[in-house]
Write a protein that binds this ligand. Structure first.
Ligand code: HEC
Length: 110
C-alpha cells in the first residue's frame, strides 16, 4: 500500500521535473533569440517593425531563408550596403539562424 503510493509520487515528481527543465530550456532559447533580435531594433524598429515610410525595411515576418541569404550576402559583400555589411559580420551562422527564425515567426507589418 505504502510502496504503491510512493511509486505514484515518484512518477509525478519525475514528470514535473521533466516539464520544469523543458520550460527552462525553452525560456533560455527565447531570451537568447530576443536579445539577439533586440540589437536590430534601433534601426529596424521594435520587434522588427519599422516606421511607415522609413528607409530601413521591416524585418517582422521576413521569410527565414530570405533573411539568412541577405545576411550572408551582406557578410561576403555580394550585396552592397551602407551599414549591414559591417553589422552582419558580428553574428555567426548559428546566431543569424536564431535571429531569422525569430523574425520569421513574427506577424508582418501591415
Ligand atoms: C545601424 C542601423 C541598423 C541596424 C542596427 C540593423 N540594420 Fe539591417 N539594415 C539597415 C539598413 C540601412 C539597411 C539597408 C541596407 C544598407 O544600406 O545597409 C538594412 C537592411 C537589412 C536587411 C535587408 C532587408 C531586405 O528587405 O532585403 C536585412 C535582412 C537586415 N537589415 C537585417 C538586420 C538584422 C537581422 C539586424 C540585427 C542583427 C539588423 N539588420 C540591424 C540598418 C540596420
Amino acid at each position: 500500500m505504502h510502496a504503491h503510493r510512493f511509486k505514484i509520487q515518484l512518477a509525478l515528481a519525475l514528470c514535473l521535473a521533466g516539464i520544469g527543465s523543458a520550460t527552462t530550456a525553452q525560456t533560455a532559447t527565447d531570451l537568447n533569440a530576443r536579445s539577439l533580435a533586440a540589437t536590430c531594433a534601433n534601426c529596424h524598429g521594435t520587434d522588427g517593425r519599422s516606421v511607415e515610410g522609413a528607409a530601413v525595411p521591416s524585418l517582422a515576418g521576413m521569410p527565414k531563408a530570405y533573411m539568412m541569404a541577405q545576411m550572408k550576402a551582406f557578410k561576403d559583400g555580394t550585396r552592397p550596403a551602407t551599414i549591414m555589411h559591417q553589422l552582419s559580420k558580428g553574428f555567426n551562422d548559428q546566431q543569424v539562424e536564431t535571429i531569422a527564425t525569430y523574425f520569421s515567426a513574427l506577424k508582418p507589418q501591415k
